[in-house]
Design a protein around this ligand. Structure first.
Ligand code: NAD
Ligand code: TYD
Length: 339
């Protein structure tokens, strides 16, 4: 079995590569990644010499390059993680999101059709459903919740999802889609909430909370997401969407307070800053379908997962300090300088 994993040098993709090499030692995993600002080859250091692993620096929008790779590898399965993934960057500059997230997806699916792959899996997000109000805790996203996006990021992901379903209906491409809630864990890029707060707290820098910090996200440990995708690509029904989430809703401010507590840092570091434009209020997944059909349940409780994650950032300072010392400084200044 040969699996092409795009975006495998990013946060979730790399965790998926590690999971698959461990769970299926007889599979060949071919990682395609353009190594944008969010991709890091050093993340894949521990597997780069594994004979069942190949890394290919390639843009998923590069039709010729992707076709050549499919010709060489003749993959059985494609799992498409590659994307521009940060909402704040999409608000600053939407175009690259449309390019990678929509055009890139179509290039991957065209190659998948041409080479007759057995399964094309699209890694999507709960953000395609828009948001839920804070005063309706009884509401959750199901797979039939209408798509109703808020940001250029979520719109580009929704556009890709529609295209994936269209390729299934029009060409019979054997597709599946997973829509997961917010992930956390090792190798999470420091621009995102949890690693940003850990890095800033460790440096005794202000912790920039958008708005009042009352926005709610539904957090899932990254390994649980990887296990869900593993199940879907093997046993999920073709043409279906699966929501993935573990009923772990938390307000941003509570996460930041928890990080302060775990690191022994004062809450006086918390600084309320101008809210994100179009900021989604609450995400909450109903994972009944994947539980009933595939038996998936999250295994890591948030209380344990956040401790493991903080430990990982303490033990792997080199990885994230290397990132935040470079071009990231300019991004940080642009995004937070006079916020
Ligand atoms: P990430 O930004 O950490 O990683 C993205 C990876 O894709 C990087 O390695 C980057 O170099 C690569 N990439 C970007 N453009 C590319 C291109 N044109 N060609 C090839 N490679 C390219 O993102 P992530 O958080 O790991 O998210 C992975 C996927 O999961 C995305 O599709 C995202 O929408 C989805 N998702 C993320 C979350 C989350 O909480 N992070 C939740 C649900 C779904
Ligand atoms: P983020 O990690 O960017 O994920 P997403 O927007 O895809 O859910 O942000 C998570 C939440 O944290 C979101 O409500 C925005 C908020 N946030 C802050 O308050 N401050 C920050 O510096 C960042 C990056 C995010």
């Amino acid at each position: 079995m040969t699996i092409i994993v795009t975006g495998g040098a990013g946060f979730i993709g790399s965790n998926f590569v590690f999971h698959m090499l461990k769970a299926h030692p007889d599979y060949r995993i071919v990682c395609v990644d353009k190594l944008t600002y969010a991709g890091n080859l050093s993340t894949l250091e521990s597997v780069i010499d594994n004979p069942n692993f190949r890394f290919c620096k390639l843009d998923i929008c590069d039709r010729e390059g992707i076709d050549k790779l499919f010709e060489e590898e003749r993959p059985d399965i494609v799992v498409n993680f590659a994307a521009e993934s940060h909402v704040d960057r999409s608000i600053e500059n939407p175009e690259i999101f449309l390019q990678t997230n929509i055009i890139g997806t179509s290039v991957m699916m065209d190659a998948s059709r041409k080479y007759d792959i057995k399964r094309y899996h699209q890694v999507s997000t709960d953000e395609v459903y828009g948001d839920l109000p804070l005063d309706r805790p009884d509401l959750f996203f199901t797979e039939t919740t209408p798509i109703h996006t808020s940001s250029p990021y979520s719109s580009s992901k929704a556009g890709a999802d529609l295209l994936v379903l269209a390729y299934h209906r029009t060409y019979g491409l054997p597709v599946t889609i997973s829509r997961c809630s917010n992930n956390y864990g090792p190798y999470h890029f420091p621009e995102k909430l949890i690693p940003l707060m850990i890095a800033n707290a460790l440096a005794d820098k202000p912790l920039p909370v958008y708005g009042k910090g009352e926005n709610v996200r539904d957090w899932l440990y990254v390994e649980d997401h990887c296990k869900a995708i593993d199940l879907i690509i093997h046993r999920g029904r073709v043409g279906e969407v699966y929501n993935v989430g573990g009923h772990n809703e938390m307000a941003n401010i509570d996460i930041v307070r928890l990080i302060c507590k775990e690191l022994g840092k004062p809450e006086s570091l918390i600084t309320y800053v101008t809210d994100r434009k179009g900021h989604d209020m609450r995400y909450a997944i109903d994972p009944t379908k994947i539980h009933n059909e595939l038996g998936w349940l999250p295994e890591t409780k948030f209380a344990d997962g956040i401790k493991k994650t903080i430990r990982w950032y303490l033990d792997n300072e080199k990885w994230w300090k290397n990132i935040i010392s470079g071009e990231y400084q300019n991004y940080y200044e642009r995004m937070y300088g006079d916020r």
